[in-house]
Design a protein around this ligand. Sequence first.
Ligand SMILES: Nc1ncnc2c1ncn2[C@@H]1O[C@H](COP(=O)(O)OP(=O)(O)OP(=O)(O)O)[C@@H](O)[C@H]1O
Ligand SMILES: [Mg+2]
Length: 251
Amino acid sequence: MLYAVLLVLIPIASFLMARAALAPLQKSYELQQRFVDGASHEMRSPLSVIEGELELALLSIRTPAEYERAMQTALDAVGGLTQLTNDLLLLSRGAGAELKKTYELVDLNDLVRLDIDARASSPVDAARLDVHRGRAAAVLGSPALLARAIANVIDNALKFTPPTGVITVSTAVHDRTCTVTVRDTGIGMDNNDLKHAFDRFWRSDRARSQPGHGIGLSLVQQIVHAHDGRITLTSQVGIGTTVAVNLPLRP
Ligand SMILES: Nc1ncnc2c1ncn2[C@@H]1O[C@H](COP(=O)(O)OP(=O)(O)OP(=O)(O)O)[C@@H](O)[C@H]1O
Ligand SMILES: [Mg+2]
């Protein structure tokens, strides 16, 4: 009888022990995976700036001043990339306390302005953007990560809105909270889309004609949570989507 009980218990106990031993490995794999996903998503735009600047500089003989300007732009992009990589690494390690130690005062108005200025090179995008900046909206955070969060939300609005639509970007301060709101007049989302929009790799069927991997919003949510903030989506199919990012005003 004892033998029969042991025969059943030993494999179960071994299975449970093996699972417990593997759990940290599984967790570390998931964190690594999250870093790779986030990093590859976010590195595309600074890398294309560097590539573009260098290609342009090599296209024909330039003056020393033009070479200097191209190198400076590429160097700035490399600096931003280094900062972003460090911050993404801390974020994906779940190292909240470590990341928070690096936080500095950032005005969300400045981040919005920089983002909109960078889009001036695409006249189609620039013509659709309507920007309303409110009073100073200083929060404690990572400028690189917050900039990427804002950029991702605006990228989505531009991507899922037809060329005739409008994207309104506004900042406001209310009750110790700074809010960046991005409202578009695009394809919109139904209730099922809203339920899944923050899931990693999820994309709605109506979004599939546009490029993407379904990573942007999950990263934005991770960044917002790492700043003790909140992100909300409201949307109607065919009418448009509003994304509101709420962050606590600096203490
Ligand atoms: N402004 C929007 N309007 C309509 N649908 C949206 C909007 N923003 C997000 N979505 C929906 O949520 C999904 C997830 O968004 P997310 O940003 O994570 O992925 P993506 O933009 O499709 O790809 P990626 O961000 O990896 O380039 C989108 O595929 C789309 O279905
Ligand atoms: Mg996206």
